[in-house]
Design a protein around this ligand. Sequence first.
Ligand code: ADE
Length: 337
Amino acid sequence: MSSVLDKKPEKEDEVIDSALRPKTWSDYIGQEKIKENIRIILTAAKQRSQSPDHLLFYGNSGLGKTTLAQLVALEMEKEIRISSGPAIERAGDLAAILTNLNEGDVLFLDEIHRINNTVEEYLYPAMEDYKLNLILGKGPMARIMELKLPKFTLIGATTRPALLSAPLRSRFGAIFQLNFYKPEDIEKIVERSARLLGIRIEPDAIKIIAERSRFTPRVANRLLKRARDFAEVGGNGIITKETSEHALNFLEVDKMGLEPGDRKILLALIEKFDGGPVGLQSLSAAAMEEEDTILDIYEPYLMQMGFIERTPRGRIASRLAYEHLGIKIKNSQSQLI
Ligand code: ADE
């Protein structure tokens, strides 16, 4: 079973991450509208003594999809099972997971857009009627065995909702988009994490770390931990304004939160394609990054910051991108956005 269900965290950072995960709704900062919506769904389900509808969360990685799923399970006082689309290779893997659920449990499937077609077909009746129709054997001797499953709530998570098939998408009772966090919410998250980890940090340093965290809690927590390393090794253990700036500069995270990978994409777009427009495939080859990495990791933030725009003819770099990188705009590009 350990191959399809996630193992316990082992690495130090993962142990810390789980320590920082909000354990109650009031601990969970931001995404107010989604929290409110989910609370209505859960309260109504409880009143009807039913398990809540299947839910789909989409949004960039690090915005708290798993955490929300854990809060749903906690609120319903049920167990959560965690697996992912690519981990479930065969119908048998899915059967193993589903038949081990207890009534009302939450099944969290991360990267649900990567589930393969065969497994997806088995998922439909499981979601709709809590049934699994397993085919045993092959050819004329094949038999269908119908397994009755406990009622469960599937929570799917994806960074790429457009890749979900329409039949799968339509089987979720509610779909929520997690957005980038507000700067003041990220500041609160940094403050909370520092408190939980016993890190002393000055208010100015909280602001600096939050500003460079791509509006993403996971990034904020990562930068906080790295700044702590610098404070402990080179300083007196307190994260001051200077230590935070020093740490972030050393990590090459600039004032707009761009990291070397982001700048590599922007530079490729500007230097190799004159700012675009350029197709994803060409950009991926020039920047030597996988297309999926550009789509999932780099582009959402670069677009949010207004550095890149997607047009029907391809990606283009904005005037802001040139200014930020200190690159002069050519006369022929005076029409830049
Ligand atoms: N850590 C990660 N996400 C968080 C959130 N939304 N609120 C508080 N702490 C978090």
